[in-house]
Ligand binder design. Sequence first.
Ligand code: DX5
Ligand code: ZN
Length: 222
Amino acid sequence: MAAPFILSPSLLSCDFGRLAEELRDLEAAGLAWAHWDVMDGAFVPNITFGPLVIGALRSRSRLFFDVHLMIERPERYLTQFADAGADLICVHAEATAHLERAVAEIARLGAKPAVALNPATPLCAVEYLLPQLHMVLVMSVNPGFGGQKFIPFSLDKIRGLKAMIRAKGLSTLIQVDGGACPDNARELVEAGADVLVSGSAFFGFPPYAERLDAFYAPFAKG
Ligand code: DX5
Ligand code: ZN
């Protein structure tokens, strides 16, 4: 069976003291992506890691580095994250006054551009940029912390975004971040999600290869 979606484990929920080993274990378990939640203590209340940490781990992993910037005015740091080896850089629509410029800059730096929308941010914030985007991230919790409850209206938002992408004849990926678990994976994918981020519902249930199977199991039932 072809994988029904990409699972991008949120490193926010891994053991930060063992980042290199965690990345190695993800790769060994068959994962292809790793989701880096970069937080600045301003756009969101929490602080995590920055380009120096990501850059130090780059040579230790072949995973696709999916970098979610929850930082104010991300345009200040795009070069650093691209130089650190981010494969994809995702900026929040709410964090910059010049979203189009930030997206163009990410592409110019050689990374895949993506835009994230907070739960209350409407889809029209990203509509005109869709042709330039590799992916749109639909936040299904308010960003800042792992382990929060999935906000139900996110499903409608995913459906709306999927319709918008189809109407434009594009193949932009839809990523969903926050509260994803094996129980809602099928509903999310049927709504239009291509990439699910999972932190607490993934790292809390080792071994990782078995947990990946648990996320894919609902799709084996037909
Ligand atoms: C929230 C982060 C998410 C988060 C997801 O601010 O962007 O990536 O870690 O964690 P879970 O899967 O636990 O909701
Ligand atoms: Zn995230």
